[in-house]
Design a protein around this ligand. Sequence first.
Ligand SMILES: Nc1ncnc2c1ncn2[C@@H]1O[C@H](COP(=O)(O)OP(=O)(O)OP(=O)(O)O)[C@@H](O)[C@H]1O
Length: 575
Amino acid sequence: MFGVLKKIFGFAGSKKKLLTKAMVISFCGAVFSAMQFGALMLALDQVLSGQQAGMLPVIAILLISVLGRILCFYYSVNEETEVGYFMVAEKRIHIGDRLRYIPMGYFNDNSLGNITAVVTTTLSEVENSASRCLVMVVGGFLNTFALCLALTVADWRMGLIGICGILVYLWATEMSQKATSKTGPGRQTAQINLVEAVLEYIQGMSVVKSYGLEKDNDQMAARTIEESCKKTLSLEASITPWMAVRQLVIRGFSVIMVVCSLVFYSGGTMLLSRCLLMLIASFILYQELESAGNMSDTLQMLGASIDKANSIDDTPVMDIDGKELAPKDAGITFENVTFSYGDRRILDGVSFAIPEKTTTAVVGPSGGGKTTLCNLTARFWDVESGTIRLGGRDITDYKLDSLMKNISMVFQDVYLFQDTIENNIKFGKPDASHAQVVEAAKAACCHEFIMELPNGYDTVVGEAGGSLSGGEKQRISIARAMLKDAPIIILDEATASVDPENEAELQAAIDALTHDKTIIMIAHRLKTVRSADQILVLSGGQIVQRGTHAELIRQEGLYADFIGERKEAIGWKLA
Ligand SMILES: Nc1ncnc2c1ncn2[C@@H]1O[C@H](COP(=O)(O)OP(=O)(O)OP(=O)(O)O)[C@@H](O)[C@H]1O
């Protein structure tokens, strides 16, 4: 149990002080609580000796005890709530921040559902109950201990019995926690799987509908729900016997106290007033301890939740050694770069140079590694061996932020946030003015369709930009990149979502974006490839040809084959 308490304390981060304060207040509550025994002892002494006059101090002590407890309860709950919300908010922000610097491989191993579940469900559990549990458990034990000390003043033998009760109860709690530590993580995994299944169910709805698989998908979700129920039940089943043991300890020690008080009284070693006090005490001594014990099971589960959240937070980041640097130019070089996804080699000793302000088209068969090559340039992943340089410096010398200041990426699959069009464009430069946003939108040929939307630039786009056409989303992403105005543009040329009407506008937007920049382009259209300063033909993890269109068309090889086979084709991808 102490391990979990330490874990929560560690989790509190900058709110440790506040948490300590809540615990100190709770301890003061325990002292006020112990005062009631003093008052009771005095009251019994007065009543049995027939001196009613001394009742005033008794009432005063009781009043102080009750008021003190209420105040302590009020303040400690306030502090606990604040700690709970703020420590989890801090953690969520920290995780969000960290995810930006974690290699993309992490997202291969951990699905969206998994991460979402940790950041929402798992952390919500911590948010709602961690600090309260901690304070209640520590407070409950302290409270009972303080009452036992008060009893010791009245009769050391009874105080000792009371403390023995706490120790046996602690043992039973520890055993119960051991049982939860085996089943708790299973329940957690089942809950994460549940969130994952629900997300997948919703995200894949269009595919499910189009294949008429609603029923099968329902069953998959139902199985995950069932599994989650099973795990929760098995957790409960592992706790319940220990709850019974704890009850037995509490009731057993209460009975022992009653019996011992009577034995000591009849043996003449205890006054009647003390005996009565002990009889009353035996019923109320362990009340707080009982709540603390029940909470301790939750505490163990919270320990598993904290471990899960920390596991994301502890994932090594990429730019530990990076510095805030500005490149001396916007040229890029790959020197003998090798890269694999797991055991699968994708790039094998790739070398090339892209001089500043030139356009390089990367072409080749589908799955040849074009996207990977672009992603490595932006350091979404780290290379296995070799070096990628920007302005002559290894990209790992740069802090990720300072590297990304120099690169804008325009993907085929555009992601727009569920926010206004203006903010989506501003994402490239958060401090941009409205005039700058409009200027970028005009250059990217999207001002007109934006103005036709119900609220113009303030129109909120649906989740992932759902309410806009593919071409419109693409142009907004170009406006976003224009506003960022980075010297290097990585562009995955659109094949889909471009109808002839859109194409001219899209091309104009791309021309405006790429003017006077260093461009790496995954090119799909012959027209674009032709005008590139350099063409890299990537196949089987290697650059098999390089040169201008005029040079390559004269050589025998993949490029000439492509051109021959699909002269005016839109796509380069091989089936
Ligand atoms: N995140 C990833 N994890 C594991 N393998 C991946 C990952 N991304 C891509 N791959 C694999 O690496 C290979 C190269 O993929 P990449 O997307 O770079 O090729 P590409 O040339 O851009 O293909 P396309 O033209 O079809 O987009 C593919 O076989 C792909 O399955």
